[in-house]
Design a protein around this ligand. Structure first.
Ligand SMILES: Nc1ncnc2c1ncn2[C@@H]1O[C@H](COP(=O)(O)OP(=O)(O)OP(=O)(O)O)[C@@H](O)[C@H]1O
Ligand SMILES: [Mg+2]
Length: 279
């Protein structure tokens, strides 16, 4: 059971400490928008943590900061106790949008990161093929992204991230575009892969069912501006879990009710803001 309060600093794979993040408005440079405010989030090695929050609240911003792609306006990021400067090389990032290169085949996409790391071509190809097999794409290595279904593209993107064997996995709504059945299959596959290697996972999702089914802990973010955690829930459901079956357990239903009570208001606020922006 994760015990965030009693863990020493070295136990944490990733710490986002007192983060603030302010952007200049795209339309008017004199206007500023505070996306994230006073946010602290710690993920232990081997822990699976989900972050849920209304649309546009700042979830991807937090992940970008954790990946070292974006510097916070204030606060700091620690990776296994060390302050992060620049890119977080211990983290693999599965982006919200498709990040496969359209001009490279599936296997060439999976190999790319390995080659950047200096792995020789033959070895990189063998490792990439092994990962394609693990995600059910052994026959599809020579296909280009446009020749793959949405689910297959997600599988290839997953292989691309896992091939680098990162200690921290950052996932930004990886399955939100998939149909329910494909999504549940992939969620179970991710849980199996995670159980085998026990990496730290920071998983962003809109979907509370998905967050509870997958995680050790669920963190709820407030609506923006100035999003920050407003609730944290330990998911004490036994593992291994089947994401489709676990949602029928009374404990799952109780947790869902408890978390939704906190999230509901924020979702309504976030939705109202989106409508206002669109008007
Ligand atoms: N580079 C940027 N410049 C200006 N504003 C930005 C920038 N990046 C994000 N924002 C703003 O910060 C807020 C948070 O954005 P972010 O993408 O982190 O939200 P999100 O929670 O991931 O949204 P979604 O659920 O739609 O994926 C939004 O209002 C967005 O418009
Ligand atoms: Mg996002």
């Amino acid at each position: 059971m994760p015990d965030t309060a009693n863990a020493s600093q070295a136990d944490y794979a990733l710490e986002l400490l007192d983060l603030n993040c302010t952007f200049r408005s795209r339309d008017d440079a004199s206007q500023r928008y505070t996306a994230v405010s006073s946010t602290t989030l710690r993920i232990r090695a081997g822990e699976f943590v989900s972050v849920v929050g209304p649309t546009g609240c700042g979830k991807s911003t937090l992940l970008n900061i954790g990946a070292g792609l974006l510097a916070p306006s204030s606060g700091e990021v620690r990776v296994f106790g060390q302050r992060l400067h620049g890119i977080n090389t211990r983290a693999g990032y599965m982006f919200q949008s498709d990040a496969l290169m359209p001009w490279r085949s599936a296997i060439d996409n999976v190999m790319l990161g390995l080659q950047y790391r200096g792995v020789a071509e033959l070895e990189a190809r063998a490792q990439a093929q092994a990962w394609l097999e693990r995600v059910g794409l052994s026959e599809f290595g020579d296909r280009y992204p446009h020749q793959l279904s949405g689910g297959m593209r997600k599988r290839a993107a997953l292989a691309q991230v896992l091939a680098l064997d990162p200690d921290i996995i950052l996932m930004d709504e990886p399955f939100s575009a998939l149909d329910v059945q494909t999504r549940q299959l992939m969620e179970n596959e991710v849980l199996d892969l995670w159980a085998a290697k026990k990496k730290a996972v920071l998983f962003i999702t809109h979907d509370l069912d998905e967050a509870i089914a997958m995680s050790d802990r669920v963190v709820v973010l407030s609506a923006g501006p100035g999003t920050h955690p407003i609730g944290e829930f330990v998911v004490d459901l036994p593992r291994p879990r089947d994401v489709a079956e676990v949602r029928h357990q009374p404990r799952f239903v109780a947790l869902h009710t408890q978390i939704w009570n906190v999230l509901r208001e924020e979702v309504l606020k976030g939705y109202a803001q989106q409508l206002k922006k669109a008007a």
